[in-house]
Design a protein around this ligand. Structure first.
Ligand code: FAD
Length: 311
């Protein structure tokens, strides 16, 4: 069967990788590279080459069993890495890193700062109490509401939970407090972020994440169409997409049904465009009418007629 996969991120690539064993797969990707958020940049610095991952970087030995199996199957090597967390607040000048006691109190004055100690106590309390949320299905409390209801300190919110979450999801700090609290806590729980010592081993792909994308896409590499964004049924397709999809279906292979469905979609698209043409014609008549009214007024003449008469 001929199958079109839309999007060459990990989801599309893995689907294409498995389907390509028995089917003829074509993968359509809006961007200009394979891998979606997996994007490795080759950088040269002082005569040395570095592979820098800007999207997907790390995985761990707790929550990625299928990904690890896939890497083994592809023969792609990985190596241990560590995940650090550091904060620097430009407004207050506060600075700390969670790696060791020495870096936690890198600014020795924090040893005497009650708000800093309160933040540390709140971290331990959050780690202890937040998992209770997971046993409350259907609870749609936001993270911000949960923290306010439970009296977490300003320091804990501003210098720990918000920067930590914003870094993980690469998101605006303000958005983070609108996250559903249970989703947030489940992620922290699954990734061992609610524990100070019991944490998974983080790993990175040797040579950059692009190495697994190369291995994963070898089989269908010649069937990848980059810079081609497919649009859904409701939006209809572009001319380029119509041409691509037309080439996919072959009656001599018995693909009548697919061709018929494609024809139905073409007819729907045509009807949509026809409707749009009518809407545009009505709009053009309205615009002409009101443009004429403007000209009349500018000439000091009375308004004339109404839009429906003009139509
Ligand atoms: C900055 C950043 C860092 C991250 N770091 C990690 C990490 O270290 N570890 C981790 O586990 N996860 C990480 N993630 C999350 C991880 O990258 C995503 O969960 C994963 O990439 C999602 O894969 P996906 O295939 O669903 O989507 P994507 O990777 O987003 O791929 C979707 C692809 O579909 C294409 N597409 C969309 N619509 C169309 C269309 N209509 N037609 C054609 N193509 C289309 C897009 O261009 C894109 O290439 C990170 C995410 C970001 C943003």
């Amino acid at each position: 069967m001929k199958i079109a996969v839309i999007g060459a991120g990990i989801a599309g690539n893995v689907a294409a990788y498995h389907l390509a064993r028995e089917h003829e797969v074509t993968i359509f990707e809006a961007g200009s590279h394979l891998g979606g958020h997996t994007h490795t940049h080759e950088v040269e610095q002082a005569g040395r080459r570095y592979s820098v991952d800007t999207g997907f970087i790390v995985f761990n030995d707790w929550t990625y069993p299928n990904f690890i199996r896939l890497l083994d199957e592809l023969g792609v090597a990985s190596q241990p890495s560590n995940m650090g967390f550091s904060v620097r607040d430009e407004r207050s000048g506060l600075e700390y890193s969670g790696s060791t006691l020495d870096t936690l109190f890198a600014q020795r004055r924090n040893l005497l700062r009650p708000s800093f100690w309160r933040m540390l106590r709140d971290i331990l309390r959050f780690n202890r109490e937040a998992p209770a949320l997971l046993a409350r299905p259907g609870d749609d409390l936001t993270l911000g509401d949960y923290l306010a209801e439970n009296g977490y300190s300003h320091g804990f919110v501003e210098h720990y939970i918000v920067p930590m979450g914003a870094a993980i999801w690469s998101t605006d700090p303000q958005n983070l407090l609108r996250f559903p609290a249970r989703y947030f806590v489940r992620f922290f729980h699954n990734h061992g972020l609610l524990s100070v010592d019991d944490r998974p081993q983080w790993r990175v792909i040797c040579g950059g994440s692009a190495r697994y994308v190369e291995a994963l896409t070898t089989v269908f590499r010649d069937r990848v169409r980059l810079k081609l964004a497919l649009r859904g049924k409701r939006l209809g397709f572009s001319l380029a997409e119509i041409r691509e999809l037309f080439e996919l279906y072959d009656v001599s292979r018995g693909e009548h049904q697919q061709l018929e469905e494609f024809l139905t979609r073409l007819e729907r698209r045509r009807a949509d465009l026809e409707q749009q043409r009518e809407d545009i014609e009505v709009m053009l008549r309205e615009i002409d009418f009101f443009a004429n009214q403007c000209r009349r007024r500018l000439r000091g003449e009375p308004d004339g007629g109404n839009p429906s008469v003009a139509a």
